[in-house]
Design a protein around this ligand. Structure first.
Ligand code: NAP
Length: 246
């Protein structure tokens, strides 16, 4: 008898890596809740996947809004009763691009905005959905981080990413990695696994058109971690099946 279909929620799924993650999970027979900042954006993106024969449900979820987070959790509970996969994909860059180091000039406003989306909202959203993830036989939380948040590589002048010192963005991803480590440790005796994913340098609005990977390849790490089995990593920082240094 075929198993029950998994249910996944992908944030920031109206475009970029999130949209492609929704598509690839749907192609693997996962029921996908396609979340976007507005219902219109979610619905427009969902229509494209529905036209491809993929089962997706549009959901309005600005991750920075507490009311949206709470309403989203209520809606998923009412419709599905469980959440198997949470892909914390939505994220924003800072000002000035990654090749424009301006650490000491970074304003408090920029730090608040970037940390607000990339860290605080991810923590708050995960808190809302944890009760539903705990109901899954194999709950998976995938936090979209970045290799630019690796302290080890940022502190190694020879590393290819060392010149890319966009402070607000990089620090927000470093802190997100700490959230991954802490939450994974807290949930280690449960069926819920938590990992950080680096998607690669991907051609999206954030990654720019100069990036190496197309979105099809850029979504693979998220999809692999979302569907990872019981013997898979927990509390790790992964790109394309390989562990990255924190
Ligand atoms: N591209 C890369 O090379 C790369 C590398 C490393 C890590 N990443 C990470 O991968 C993730 C996806 O990046 P991407 O390249 O696909 O970026 P993108 O093309 O700029 O897309 C970002 C997505 O996040 C959404 N978003 C931003 N703030 C939101 C909010 N408050 N509530 C809900 N959705 C929100 C955007 O929605 P709107 O359309 O409404 O703005 C959009 O759907 C990010 O976390 C990023 O840091 C990307």
């Amino acid at each position: 008898m075929p198993g029950k279909k998994k249910v996944a929620l992908v944030t920031g799924a109206n475009r970029g890596i999130g949209f492609e993650t929704a598509r690839q999970l749907g192609q693997k027979d996962v029921t996908v809740i396609l979340a976007a900042r507005t219902y219109e954006a979610a619905q427009q993106a969902a229509q494209k996947l529905i036209a491809e024969g993929i089962a997706v449900y549009p959901l309005a979820l600005d991750i920075t809004r507490d009311a949206d987070r709470k309403a989203a959790a209520r809606e998923v509970e009412a419709r599905f009763g469980v959440l198997d996969i949470l892909v914390n994909n939505a994220g924003i860059g800072g000002e000035g691009g990654i090749l424009n180091p301006r650490t000491i000039e970074t304003s408090e406003e920029e730090l608040q905005t970037v940390f607000g989306t990339n860290l605080f909202s991810v923590i708050a959203l995960t808190r809302e959905f944890l009760p539903l993830l705990r109901k899954s036989d194999a709950g998976r939380i995938v936090n979209l981080s970045s290799i630019l948040g690796s302290l080890t590589l940022q502190a190694s002048p020879a590393s290819p990413i060392a010149p890319m010192k966009a402070f607000a963005y990089n620090a927000s991803k470093t802190a997100l990695n700490q959230f991954t480590v802490h939450l994974a440790a807290e949930l280690k005796d449960t069926s819920v696994k938590v990992n950080s994913a680096h998607p690669g340098w991907v051609r999206t609005e954030l990654g720019t058109q100069h990036a190496q990977l197309d979105v099809a390849d850029g979504a693979k790490t998220s999809v692999d971690l979302a569907l990872a089995g019981a013997d898979s990593p927990n509390g790790k920082f992964i790109h394309a099946g390989q562990e990255l240094p924190w």
